[in-house]
Design a protein around this ligand. Sequence first.
Ligand code: 8YV
Length: 323
Amino acid sequence: MSKPFIYITRKLPKSVVEPFESNYTIEMWPEEEKPVEREVLLEKAQQADALVTMLSDRIDSEIFEQQTNLKVIANLAVGYDNIDLGAAEDANVIVTNTPDVLTDTTADLTFGLLVSTARRLMEAERYVKNNAWENWAPLLMAGQDVHHKTIGIVGMGRIGEAVAKRATGFEMEILYHNRSRKIEAEEKLAATYVGFEELLERSDFVVCLTPLTEETRGMFNKDAFERMKDSAIFVNASRGALVDEGALYEAIEQHVIAGAGLDVFQNEPISSDHPLLRFDQVVATPHIGSASEETRKTMMTLCLENIQRVMNEEEAKTPVTRV
Ligand code: 8YV
């Protein structure tokens, strides 16, 4: 009997794939940095028993409308807004994601973005590297304190909680907003549940970690930025489409808020002429929330383990369920 066929839509390291090669025929899109072409994805989805997919791969009804052997799609991300779960369910295809293993890594990056924006780290680095540091002045590159300030976390899931944990080390007041109350987090982290508007009004740092859904799309709009303090810093490590980027641009330009730390954008990848990059008060990173070598390799292995379990007719380790 031939081995089940797994298609992986990016080039993954040999060390991750090798342990699975004795049981599976594994083929990968040959590029590490370029997404798989749509025609190739459609063709491989017809042939494969399992796919490992990335956020940049649109997995919609077209994938399932064709004749397919697909049993499982393992998304290399905790988010799965690139996948039409309804279409997958109709086609009896199990979808898995990579929760937990990336929580701390993403929380580290989120907190790093917050500190970098508040303390003007990237701007200060440019200043030194551009040979502009000729004199010292009492307010040279003076930013804002982080410690003892108020952080408002929108989306108190696993990553939100891990960010709150880091905020306790900075002795911050922690506010959060979430679909449901998180009583345990409230007790453990002294976090206070507030409404979205109150969070915007009271926070020095507004941190967005909520998933992208039809309800949350564009929730950080003109009204939201106008409610924030003029000293507020907005941090987004979730999804770009949660933000009206035009409204964010205006809010920073007109000093409605003080700045933003952004790991995600509406249309990724962005180029250097993206309007938000004009501001010194914006720190931008290329969607690297979970991008530590250790974590990315753990995520990749989890994808293959999920596939292995489904192929062995066991329950996947981290299946995505529709809510
Ligand atoms: C992705 C992410 O894993 O997990 C998520 O939802 O946004 C990232 O950490 C990464 O972009 C690879 O798809």
